[in-house]
Design a protein around this ligand. Structure first.
Ligand code: ZN
Ligand code: ZN
Ligand code: ZN
Ligand code: ZN
Ligand code: ZN
Ligand code: ZN
Length: 344
């Protein structure tokens, strides 16, 4: 979970390593790629899944509320925002009765979204321990914790607060997690049968493929990526699922992985199109024009390479001075090219 808006970030973080920048970029493509940055999602109603932000500046009487990606950029760009990552089945609250501010996309919005569900995440608190993220006064025992989202309640948990064994945490197949708070609810414990730590996979009858054994445990559980497809849909199991109102679990498209794949695919398609446009443009240039572009690209590469080398000798950290120097070099070259053209 990255703080994409950096609104509540500390001042020391103008320094980032190259690996962190790359990881941030990949995460942004995955999380934001499938959400529309230019149009408010309100008209689409309750979205299957979208990136959401809560505004601490505009919330009326501390009422929980959240907005879509486009509203976070356009309507609350100067606010103190809490990034909620993605949540399912939510309609944008921007401009509704829960906020002091109108929505720039539609000033007439003023109703309430009755089907939206809210919890302490909307106040910027996460996990059983209700800590903020990022956590400025992080206790020692949570310093190295990773945040994992429960696929039922969609709250984020510190891995150490899940009471899982080291083996469970280290298992590479731990794709989806259901938290201990959800698994101990009446009617939900049957989901433990499908957990990766359940080694007894003996099934009930010819019709029912649900493992009989339900491991007793106080902890949360991890599940294989394809477990949603494997949930038994026999009459008895469907009754358990509909009674618990968790039909979405049987839908792979509900998963964060499916949502992120849409963003990654869209990004790849965009890059392909951009490459096509560049090639088209280059085809239309004469020889001198093509050489000028080629030299420009190689200058840019060289300047980036020099910047990375400097950063590498600084422990892989790119500072504001490094980027300022890169900008200065590029601006100088642009001026130089202009002068040369005028002198021709
Ligand atoms: Zn919106
Ligand atoms: Zn705001
Ligand atoms: Zn808005
Ligand atoms: Zn915690
Ligand atoms: Zn949960
Ligand atoms: Zn069954």
């Amino acid at each position: 979970m990255e703080d994409i808006h950096k609104n509540n970030a500390s001042t020391e973080e103008s320094v980032q390593t190259i690996e962190e920048i790359e990881a941030d970029k990949r995460e942004q493509i995955a999380v934001l790629g499938a959400s529309d940055a230019e149009n408010c999602s309100f008209s689409q109603g309750y979205c299957k899944r979208q990136a959401l932000y809560a505004c601490l500046t505009c919330a009326k009487d501390g009422q929980p509320a959240a907005m879509c990606l486009a509203c976070s950029y356009n309507c609350h760009d100067d606010c103190d925002l809490v990034e909620l990552y993605t949540k399912r089945n939510f309609r944008c609250d921007c401009g509704t009765g829960k906020y002091h501010r109108k929505c720039k996309f539609d000033e007439s919005k003023n109703h309430l979204n009755d089907e939206n569900k809210y919890d302490f995440n909307f106040d910027g608190k996460y996990c059983q321990c209700r800590r903020p993220y990022p956590d400025p006064e992080c206790p020692e025992d949570l310093k190295d914790a990773e945040m994992i989202q429960c696929i039922l309640c969609e709250d984020w948990w510190h891995d150490c607060c899940l009471k899982l064994t080291k083996e469970e945490l280290d298992n590479e197949d731990n794709d989806e997690m259901i938290c201990p708070r959800c698994l101990c609810k009446p009617g939900l414990s049957f989901l433990r049968c499908y957990s990766i730590s359940n080694t007894q996979t003996e099934i009930g009858t010819a019709e029912c493929t649900k493992p009989i054994n339900e491991p007793k445990s106080e902890s949360g559980s991890f599940f294989f990526e394809d477990f949603r497809l494997k949930i038994c849909k026999c009459v008895a199991c469907m009754k358990l699922i509909t009674d618990a109102k968790i039909e979405f679990l049987c839908d792979y498209a509900d998963s964060v992985a499916a949502y992120e794949q849409i963003g990654i695919d869209a990004h790849e398609e965009e890059e392909k199109q951009a490459d096509g446009q560049i090639n088209n443009f280059l085809d239309k240039l004469d020889h001198n024009g093509q050489m000028e572009v080629a030299h420009g690209v190689s200058f840019m590469r060289q300047a980036m390479k020099e910047m990375c080398e400097k950063a590498q000798s600084n422990g892989g950290v790119i500072t504001a001075e490094h980027t300022a120097e890169l900008k200065r070099k590029l601006a100088e070259r642009t001026e130089e090219m202009k002068r040369r053209r005028l002198n021709q």
